[in-house]
Design a protein. Structure first.
Length: 317
C-alpha cells in the first residue's frame, strides 16, 4: 500500500477514481458535484492510499483560516456551521476577528472529506489513513483538527483519536445527527499514553531529523491501560534508537518528569528556562494538550510516581 498526494497536475489522472469513491460514500446534500469535489481535494492538501494502482481511501483538508461563512452555506438549509461561532467572535463587527482567525487558528485544519472504497471498508484502512494524516500534521506542527462527522462509525473512530464534540446537530443538512468535533494533536487520546506524548514532544524540541512518526513511536513503546508507560519503556526505546540522555539530574529545562497528577503518576515536559513566571514552572501537559504554569512547591511536593519511584527526570543530550 502506497501513500500519495494528488496535485493540480495529477488530478485528472485520478479524477474518476476520486469521484467514484465520493459517490460510494455520500448521498443527498453531502454529495458534491464534480467541480466541488475537485475544489475540496485541491483546496489545501490531501492524503490518499493506493494499492495495485487503485485509490482505496483518501482524506482532504485545508487550513481553517482559509474557510468562510459561504463555504457552509446551502440554499435549502442556510449556514449550519458558522466559523465565527467556533472562534467565539463576530467576524463582521469585532476588529480582532481577523487577528484571531489568522493568528490563533493558523495551526488548525478542517477536514473537507474522508472516503474509502466499499470493498476496503471494515478492514482497518481508516486507522492507517488517520495515522498517516495525523503524523503528517504533527510534522507540520499543526495543533488542531476540526471537522464534522455523522453520529455512527466515523464519529466513534474520531473519538478514539481524542475527538471532542463541540456542537451537536440533530439534522446536518438533511442527513441525520452529526457532530462538529475538534482533535487536539498535543492532547493524549487515552488515559495511559502521556509518556509517549511527552517523549514525542521532547524529541520534537530537539529538532532531530531521526525522530519517528508519532504512530510509530506509540506502537514501539506500546503503553498499556494497566501499566501506562514505565521509565524503562522510555529509556529502552531511547537506547535502542541510540539517543543519549541524562537521568535524574533534577528539575531542568526541556526534560521529562513524572509527577502526581489527578491521583496517578503523569509525564510532562518541563520548559521552565524560557517560559517561567515567578515561582512557577511551565510544563507541556499531555493531559490538557497545552502548556500550563504550576507552582514550584507543588511540583516538588508531587514529584514522584507510586509505581515507578521518586524524582525521576530525563533530559536528552
Amino acid at each position: 500500500m502506497k501513500k500519495i498526494t494528488v496535485t493540480k497536475e495529477t488530478y485528472d489522472q485520478y479524477k474518476e477514481q476520486i469521484i467514484d469513491m465520493e459517490h460510494s460514500c455520500f448521498e443527498g446534500n453531502l454529495l458534491f458535484d464534480d467541480d466541488e469535489i475537485e475544489e475540496m481535494v485541491l483546496a489545501g492538501s490531501n492524503i490518499f492510499l493506493e494499492e495495485n494502482n487503485k485509490l482505496i481511501a483518501g482524506t482532504y483538508f485545508q487550513p481553517l483560516n482559509t474557510l468562510s461563512y459561504d463555504d457552509f452555506l446551502d440554499e435549502d438549509y442556510g449556514c449550519q456551521f458558522n466559523l465565527a461561532g467556533y472562534l467565539n467572535v463576530d467576524m463582521n463587527s469585532n476588529p480582532l476577528a481577523t487577528y484571531l482567525r489568522n493568528i490563533i487558528h493558523s495551526n488548525a485544519i478542517y477536514i473537507n472529506s474522508t472516503a474509502i472504497t466499499p470493498e476496503y471498508r471494515s478492514k482497518g484502512i481508516i486507522y492507517q489513513l488517520k495515522d498517516a494524516l495525523f503524523d503528517h500534521l504533527r510534522k507540520l506542527d499543526i495543533m488542531y483538527v476540526v471537522g464534522h462527522a455523522h453520529d455512527g462509525k466515523m464519529w466513534h473512530i474520531n473519538q478514539k483519536y481524542g475527538a471532542e464534540g463541540l456542537i451537536e446537530y440533530e439534522d446536518w443538512y438533511g442527513q441525520g445527527k452529526h457532530y462538529f468535533y475538534e482533535i487536539n494533536l498535543l492532547k493524549q487520546h487515552n488515559d495511559w499514553s502521556c509518556g509517549v506524548y511527552a517523549l514525542y514532544y521532547l524529541l520534537k524540541l530537539q529538532k532531530n531529523k531521526n525522530i519517528p512518526t508519532f504512530s510509530q513511536l506509540y506502537k514501539e513503546i506500546n503503553p498499556s491501560e494497566e501499566h501506562g508507560t514505565s521509565h524503562d519503556q522510555i529509556t529502552d526505546w531511547l537506547d535502542k534508537n541510540e539517543f543519549k540522555y541524562f537521568l535524574n539530574k533534577g528539575l531542568d529545562d526541556n526534560s521529562i518528569i513524572n509527577y502526581q497528577y489527578d491521583g496517578d503518576g503523569h509525564y510532562s515536559v518541563l520548559l521552565f528556562e524560557k517560559f517561567t513566571s515567578k515561582d512557577s514552572f511551565c510544563l507541556y501537559n499531555p493531559a490538557i494538550g497545552k502548556n500550563e504554569y504550576i507552582p514550584v512547591e507543588t511540583i516538588k511536593e508531587n514529584w514522584y510516581s507510586k509505581r515507578y519511584g521518586k524524582e525521576w527526570s530525563l533530559k536528552l543530550v
